[in-house]
Design a protein around this ligand. Structure first.
Ligand SMILES: [Fe+2]
Length: 579
């Protein structure tokens, strides 16, 4: 049975994923093909075409198309809650009550058009709409591989109306315990503060989290933003998660916070520096998110956690690795699985896996994220030969040993191999690498390409053989979805990947899931004594991750990077470099 999952329901992060008989055979985000980060307002045309090509199937062979957005009935408390809480913007409140599925039908039209345009056949195929938070839940629970009763968490900005989901999975079925609805959204509050701190919502949340350890959460009391009592929480919509006339406006743009917030905290942050009081605000919002989420998780899922210790988690907020570290530290937690594509791109996998289970075909455990396009060495050479300027390349006799040598000499290397990653993290196939033991390598990467805020941390990939010693835990971490406290003895060995607060957002690499990357880490261990590399995504600031060899060449020649490894070839710029 062939199931295609599509996302793009809430105007960003369109993607496609394909299941054949319960096996996830391909998945990709539209932004990578369009070269437009988050592909706002786009449907996943190119991603769908890629999935079909990768699987080697025709469009008319697809049995089911699943979409992570469903109709919400008037009997559901969702629309009533939304209307009641938006009394100050009567047009919104009335729309929720009288035309509450307007967006669903707009989505439906767009999907049907895509199915016809691509020859899948809107009338022929079975269409399965899946509630947005059930799709997130499925992407976590059904892909976790957990057999025991599993606590399920979903926290994001908003789907149809729901913002927060607590439930459990048992015997392959998902059960809802509790949902919260817009405007009561933890992701929304964090996003509003992200905007206030001068970053883009749905993109800059990582930066707020990265800034938080520099500040003091005790200097400002943010509890007025969210009221929590006995398992219920309410967002203060006088300050954040505001719509219509309550929005703060500047240069023609409306924000998700109000002028009252500016009166309280002062002007919005501008520029690239980390400075007071903004670092303290970042610390305070991170602290508020952690405290509220932990209380809710304990309230609704505490019993299940005590029983089995297993948790599956998705939704944009699940990418908050600091909160995840605190969840793992909760009493009774044995293992937390965070869907690596936790934000909306992952709902394509979620909807497809949900529909597959519903049709009686259980889906396999997710083993890796290498689900995108791959290119042979010959295709990489062809891209070099056809490039708009002469490209100096040569075949490497021993790719991993030679690359490790360049890294160990203190050089950043662009590293392109295998299938592109699905989700926001580069996990060793579209990465920029450096030796974390080499002081100043992070600055060199920033100078050569990333040009990102200097205070943001870089992260490590490490051999599974040494990870427990570095991270002081046996908890799995294949996808960089958690931070861990780095052992004292390792802090000075890999200083370039340890954050201000002594943590690292680590990827533990196994030979089975990525043999070439594993071999590179082993070579690094031979040369430096540390089987660790600094790993950041292969892209320039503001651009999506590189997809094809030509994208890699564009990025390489548009930066000051000196080394690009693509499959078996090494590309350099300067005659002085070893080639
Ligand atoms: Fe979502």
């Amino acid at each position: 049975m062939i199931v295609l999952g599509l996302s793009g329901a809430v105007n960003h992060d369109a993607s496609a994923a394909l299941y054949i008989d319960g096996k996830l055979v391909a998945a990709a985000e539209e932004e990578r093909f369009l070269r437009d980060k988050h592909a706002k307002g786009k449907m996943p045309y190119e991603a769908t075409k890629f999935c079909l090509e990768q699987a080697g199937i025709r469009p008319d062979q697809i049995d089911i198309v699943a979409f992570p957005y469903a109709e919400i009935g008037l009997k559901s408390p969702a629309r009533w809650h939304y209307a009641k809480r938006h009394w100050y913007a009567p047009d919104r409140a009335l729309t929720a009550l009288f035309s509450g599925n307007r967006r669903y039908w707009r989505n439906h039209r767009n999907v049907m058009k895509l199915l016809d345009d691509l020859g899948i056949g809107a009338k022929r195929v079975k269409f399965v709409p899946v509630e947005h938070h059930l799709a997130h839940a499925s992407s976590a629970y059904h892909l976790s591989g957990f057999k025991e009763k599993t606590a399920i968490i979903g926290i994001d900005g908003k789907g149809e109306y729901a913002t927060t989901f607590f439930g459990y999975g048992e015997n392959g079925k998902i059960h809802k315990i509790k949902e919260f609805y817009d405007p009561d959204s933890l992701g929304g509050v964090y996003g509003a503060l992200t905007e206030y701190l001068g970053f883009e919502m749905l993109d800059g949340e990582f930066k707020v989290m990265g800034m938080a350890p520099y500040g003091d959460p005790k200097r400002f009391d943010f509890s007025r933003l969210i009221e929590y009592k006995d398992g219920e929480f309410k967002v203060n919509t006088k300050l954040v998660n505001v719509v219509g006339t309550r929005r703060f406006k500047k240069n023609g743009k409306g924000y998700f916070f109000s002028p009252e917030l500016i009166e309280w905290l002062g002007p919005m942050r501008e520029g690239d520096e980390k400075d007071e009081p903004y670092i303290d605000y970042a610390a305070s919002i991170q602290d508020l998110l952690e405290k509220t989420a932990l209380k809710l998780i304990d309230f609704y899922l505490g019993d299940i956690i005590k029983e089995t210790g297993k948790i599956a988690y998705a939704g944009g907020v699940a990418l908050n690795v600091k909160l995840n570290q605190r969840i793992i530290a909760m009493p009774g937690v044995k293992e937390l699985f965070v869907q690596p594509a936790a934000s909306d791109a992952g709902t394509a996998i979620g909807a497809a896996s949900y529909a597959s289970q519903l049709a009686g075909v259980p889906v396999e455990k997710m083993e890796h994220v290498y689900l995108g396009p791959a290119y042979t060495t010959e295709q990489c050479i062809e891209a070099c030969e056809q490039y708009e300027q002469p490209v100096k390349w040569r075949r490497m006799a021993n790719v991993t040993a030679e690359t490790a040598k360049i890294l160990a000499d203190g050089n950043p290397v662009s590293w392109f191999q295998g299938h592109m990653e699905f989700g926001p993290r580069a996990l060793g196939n579209r990465s920029i690498l450096g030796s974390p033991s080499h002081p100043g390598v992070a600055d060199r990467i920033n100078a050569q390409i990333k040009y990102r805020e200097r205070w943001r941390p870089f992260c490590p990939s490490m051999l599974d053989t040494i990870a427990p010693e570095i991270l002081q835990t046996d908890h799995p971490s294949p996808y960089m979805t958690f931070t861990f406290d780095v052992a004292e003895s390792w802090k000075s060995r890999i200083p370039e990947v340890v954050h201000e607060d002594g943590t690292a957002r680590a990827q533990i690499v196994t030979k089975a899931t990525n043999p070439r990357y594993y071999s590179l880490l082993q070579e690094m261990e031979k040369l430096t004594g540390n089987g660790v590399v600094l790993n950041t995504s292969l892209n320039r600031r503001g651009e999506p991750m590189v997809c094809s060899p030509t994208d890699a060449l564009n990025m390489f020649f548009g930066s000051d990077l000196e080394y690009l490894v693509m499959e078996d070839i090494l590309i350099t710029k300067d005659d002085h470099q070893p080639i």
